[in-house]
Ligand binder design. Sequence first.
Ligand SMILES: Nc1ncnc2c1ncn2[C@@H]1O[C@H](COP(=O)(O)OP(=O)(O)OP(=O)(O)O)[C@@H](O)[C@H]1O
Length: 695
Amino acid sequence: MGPNQGRKARVIAKIKGFTDLEQEASGKWISVHRGDDSGPVTLSFGDESTSRKESYELDYCYDRSEGNDLIFPREVKPLVEDVFSGCNATVIASGARGSGKTFTIQGWEAKPGLAVLAMVEILSMAERGGKLISISCYEILKDHAYDLLDPNRHEVLIPVKSIEEFQKLYFSSQNSHKHLSSQNSHKQSEKMIAEPHQRSHKGLIIHVFRDEQSYALPLGKMNFVDLSGYEDGRKKSTDGVNLQENNIINKSIYALHNVVYALNANESHVPYRESKLTRMLRDSLGGMNKILMITCLNSSYCQDSLYMVKLASRSYKGANKIIPNSTKKTKSMVEPTMLSSSSKTASAIKTKQIGTRSRFLANKANVKASTIKGRKLFDETCNSIKSKKASQEESLTLEIVSSVTEHAKQEEERQSSGISEAVGSFTEDHYPLQFSSAEESDMLVKATKETMLPDKVNVTDENNHDKATPKIDSNCEALSFVGADSAKDKENTLALVDKDESKDELPPISTRLQELSKNLKLLYSSTPSSIDILSKIDIPSKIDFPTDSEVPTEILEPETPRTPEPRLLANDKSDIAINSCSPWKAFSARSSRMKNSLVDEYLRFLNTASNFRTCHGQQKCLSFRRILSLPSASSNCFVNSSIRSRSPAALLSASYRDCSAAACAAITAAASSSFSFSLPLDIPRALFCPILASK
Ligand SMILES: Nc1ncnc2c1ncn2[C@@H]1O[C@H](COP(=O)(O)OP(=O)(O)OP(=O)(O)O)[C@@H](O)[C@H]1O
């Protein structure tokens, strides 16, 4: 409804209707001050017992008496229409425990939730337009994604033709998660059964397909996410959910808000990699896609609701980004998890680590500050078990770090190394791989150690280019590693690695970082955003390229560090920096050698993406052209398998987003011949030859 003033996400609240009990027990603690009907609104919280008054601004707030029948036509129906025009839309309900998230998203038969109302609308629109609909449901439990519709947890899309069918699938899937999860292990199964309210994030994806041919490549899709309730970590858990689980749940909530904040603030860096959920939703959150964040608020006094509205308000404003535990200012947001532990061992370890880290940072901050920022040294993963003492020490450390970092920033600006942007944007925005296990992170640390050595990051060495490329990748991955429980330890390890290296009389870290920065810049300069567009280049008119509006903006940005061939970077003479307007033009402007190389690389990629299967396990013929003209084709239709096994479909769409625009252009050009191919992919190089010859 109301204008979003250029922001990507609309952030609203819904105050849960009073139950009889609540009405008796407490007065009205939330007041909504509306200007006009389109918002924004100010929410005031008055807690009579503490005479506390706080106000927060949001796009809009639905009061107790305003239900889904009002919210749907005003907020969700327009998003359904967007989905049919090729956008993805995401509706997220977050809030404290029992604040009405499930009521809002799912509802029940007599009072359907927004997802059900959306499905009714989508089905009737699909019927009118001859479209196909499928759904998939997933659950994120302890940062692992599970498919709720498949007992074997393989990715599955269920075609849906009627609302009855949908309700049967959807409601049973929402109830099936305990059963499904219980298959994990006997032990866990017992636990699940014993805990009737096991907390997990639940998501529904409604995919809209143009026709049968495009099955597996949705025209658009609509996500509904029921985010488990935020819970103050200091409180004794009421449902057996332990502190660690609480932290994981809260971490996803922070991560999602950080992403929404970054999108609303139009930040160049969007921290999608902070949680499994944000990684999964990634292709539905950026670009032209739509987001509706609904913060559900308890109708009677609830401290957790207050935390949630603070988060929502920050996301709304796109200011004061929440980096839990990173500054004194944001400390209140993470206090619950910081202060709740009584583990002395953990405290001692933590204290030691903090000491080491603070000493390290004090010594190295003037050269490492931007890298630290890129790695989110103090994200919520640091809010692990610790004692009060440890948290006090940490806050002291944080103050030190924050001032040192500030100093380092200034220093860094003087040196204009540019490493921050390079590392930051490579690592999180543009690198979709996930590293969640301790082994993976160990490998990454090892890789980082190797790649930090300047003699091993010689991207200009023609002979070594094959070796150099993966090392640069590993380096970026390692630097970006955040989110796993061991992140902090790994960061400390990194610190020690640096320290040890300096003992061996290697060049100082500043020199090495500069070297790395230089190399990253070289990589950047090879990507199409910085390639001169030769306007005179003759583009064959028969080629049917995606229009600029069809091409996601990400494509035009410097993306995955994997794609460019270092050997070519050094030799390609056309590195003249002008922003490109389309991948094709960027590609055309390249030397034939570069084109050849990119095509080779892309073919290699596609040809290794074998065993592509549709949701029903049957190989299908897909129009290559369609894949390309639908760049937003979603990996989320394979959402779970993309997380677990990186299905070729997910890889394919990810590659379209993330590989260099030039490589995409090669494919786009090839697609102009409208050929189709059967998967598993085996694309002969000959397909590209005419295009290369014509250039
Ligand atoms: N708008 C509303 N009007 C009246 N009752 C409501 C409303 N929303 C929720 N409730 C009731 O409040 C209770 C909690 O709601 P719900 O289960 O939707 O909360 P939740 O946030 O999903 O909880 P959890 O965090 O445990 O998943 C339910 O009994 C539900 O029927």
